[in-house]
Design a protein. Structure first.
Length: 94
């Protein structure tokens, strides 16, 4: 069953974030994942949501998603990611 990762993002350093964003797609693709959506919040219709941006990627299954997240290639990007943005990552199965 497909699995999704949703990232809620608030950018702190645009250059660092761009460096991360330029590299992360290849790490996702290496595990059979694909970018589904990347966008900027235009409003909150109900409740509260502090982050400004959201990204969604789909993986073949939860095991592939976990292998991507734990992979050396992705782990190497985490310091760049964290320097560029505050990010909350959430995994889902559908």
């Amino acid at each position: 069953m497909p699995a999704y990762i949703i990232g809620h993002i608030t950018i702190k350093d645009a250059a660092q974030w761009a460096a991360y964003r330029d590299q992360v797609g290849a790490t996702i693709a290496a595990w059979g994942g694909e970018l589904v959506f990347r966008g900027r919040k235009t409003g909150v219709l109900n409740g509260a949501h502090a982050h400004t941006d959201t990204v969604v990627a789909r993986f073949p299954d939860s095991a592939a998603l976990k292998r991507w997240h734990d992979s050396p290639a992705y782990q190497a990007l985490i310091p760049i990611r964290d320097a560029g943005a505050d990010v909350t990552l959430i995994a889902y199965e559908s």
